[in-house]
Design a protein around this ligand. Sequence first.
Ligand SMILES: *[C@@H]1O[C@H](CO)[C@@H](O)[C@H](O)[C@H]1NC(C)=O
Ligand SMILES: *[C@@H]1O[C@H](CO)[C@@H](O)[C@H](O)[C@H]1NC(C)=O
Ligand SMILES: *[C@@H]1O[C@H](CO)[C@@H](O)[C@H](O)[C@H]1NC(C)=O
Ligand SMILES: *[C@@H]1O[C@H](CO)[C@@H](O)[C@H](O)[C@H]1NC(C)=O
Ligand SMILES: *[C@@H]1O[C@H](CO)[C@@H](O)[C@H](O)[C@H]1NC(C)=O
Ligand SMILES: *[C@@H]1O[C@H](CO)[C@@H](O)[C@H](O)[C@H]1NC(C)=O
Length: 524
Amino acid sequence: MGNLRSLMLTWAIATAVEASEPNWFQTVPDNYAGPTPTGAAPFLAEVNPAPFGQATYIPNAPLETSEPIAGANGRNIFHLMGDLSPYFSPSEGFGVDEYPLPKGASIGHMHMLQRHGARYPSAEEGLGAWAAGIVNSGAVFTGELEFLNDWTYKLGEEILVPQGRQELFDSGILNFYNYGHLYDNSSKIVVRTTLQSRMLESCENFLAGFFGLNWKKHANILAVIDPAVTGDEACTKAGETMLAAMEEPVGTWTETYLKDRTAKLQRLAGDYNWTVTDTSHAQALCPYEAISLGYSPFCQLFDYQEWQGYEYMQDIEFASMAGFLNPTGRAQGIYWVEEFLARVEGHFVDVPANTSGVNMTLDTNPVTFPLNQSLYLEFTHDANIVSVLTAFGLTQFADFLPATGPPKNQQFVTSKLVPFAGRLNIEIITAPHKVSTRRSRKISSDDYVPGTGKAQYVHFIQNQRTIPLHASFKECEYREDGWCELETFLKVQKQSLANAEYPYACFGNWTMKEYGAARDGVPV
Ligand SMILES: *[C@@H]1O[C@H](CO)[C@@H](O)[C@H](O)[C@H]1NC(C)=O
Ligand SMILES: *[C@@H]1O[C@H](CO)[C@@H](O)[C@H](O)[C@H]1NC(C)=O
Ligand SMILES: *[C@@H]1O[C@H](CO)[C@@H](O)[C@H](O)[C@H]1NC(C)=O
Ligand SMILES: *[C@@H]1O[C@H](CO)[C@@H](O)[C@H](O)[C@H]1NC(C)=O
Ligand SMILES: *[C@@H]1O[C@H](CO)[C@@H](O)[C@H](O)[C@H]1NC(C)=O
Ligand SMILES: *[C@@H]1O[C@H](CO)[C@@H](O)[C@H](O)[C@H]1NC(C)=O
């Protein structure tokens, strides 16, 4: 009897604890994984045409990317695929060089926002339906399109492909080499992602790279339902304008840059009425087949200039969907800016409810919003990263992108910002003295300004290249290393919430103007 009573008591306490505090870190079973159809297993060894009739053979690593592309002259078209580019670090950077930390300086915190890895297309992209139309058309394709006569569609939907798994595993390893020391192994850290299959698996693959296969000993995954910002406070107008804003300019540019190619392919399509939409789907199949199957015959249908055109199409798409050219661009990303500021300042998010998209239930609970970590690792989507850069006010990336063609000195380039597994690392640096704005190339004490005291800096790194903060904020003095004094940066960011105009941008009674009217990420 006594035993039973104590058992009941234990159960009652356990239930009470459970009721007040859910098991935040449970990710199995996952009822919110989203679509998960897998594709055909690749057989690259059997179908790989390399070395493409040429003498030089370049082994696949793991993708076969050595296809001869007209006009490429050794340049890589896989860096011109916008958000479908396999991960790469842009060799030309964002305007400044990298410098070593001066002697005695240290990195105290790192905040990371990491995109998922390479994935299959979503059903909405229409590639499966397009393929069915081609296969059932009965048309006889000739010349460069001849391969379509016995081609079949082999892709799944939405989930990570092997290349995506590798990108996140590699990022985990890279980030461990860079920041492993910041992990205090006496306690687990909380990392954040969503329950969508590719998001959860990206997080897990990263952690396997970062900690090894025993990562569960070191990290708890807080996975929310995708999209992370939902409910009554989610930005209604963003949902309404993200696609609407890009349709017209993307359509106009696509008609322009694919016009000649469409005319050429039309002549190879027999009875099939080949339009610019077909050309555009054929081009998208190059990155998707390459990451899914290792190689795609679609890539060679286009010359280098048409790949530059494809990148620019993606640049217009992301700038107008989630960047400064969308009237809700700042509002979409302000939640993460507020979370970052709260962590740096060491307090819970304390903005008024319904003004930022922040989930106040999660962000005022120390279990789900810890403030004592040195590493903050978070996983997200391409558009979120773009909107976060926008909400910070990084106007370096606010250039207008005409639907008629690229501007000179274009800064907003989707593949440089959010390729698959693209990432933002923000370092908080502490130095014993102010660091000179002119930097030396070697680790030394000579970089300090004599007679000055302790100083802190913030350093933004996108895909392993520094984003110079002085390029966007006049308050941040020009520095060769692109850092900004933390105090100055925080002062600037005090305005970010107001600048995002969340209540008006998300719930206001405004109508969308023509493309190019919005240039600052808020409604005009
Ligand atoms: C934590 O790190 C210390 C020093 O590297 C090591 O001795 C210890 O075994 C580690 N503990 C765990 C739980 O990994
Ligand atoms: C906040 O997150 C929790 C846990 O994921 C969820 O149950 C709740 O609906 C979210 N609230 C809002 C307003 O999105
Ligand atoms: C947030 O504000 C908008 C506009 O005033 C309103 O429609 C919405 O219901 C609010 N959400 C909450 C959770 O109060
Ligand atoms: C081919 O498609 C275009 C665009 O949909 C259409 O305008 C045109 O009439 C079609 N041509 C034929 C011969 O069906
Ligand atoms: C942070 O504080 C919580 C609550 O005291 C504790 O459980 C956790 O281990 C701490 N985390 C770190 C990284 O110190
Ligand atoms: C929204 O604005 C339009 C155009 O100015 C106006 O006709 C309409 O009445 C407004 N709706 C509300 C709910 O204020």
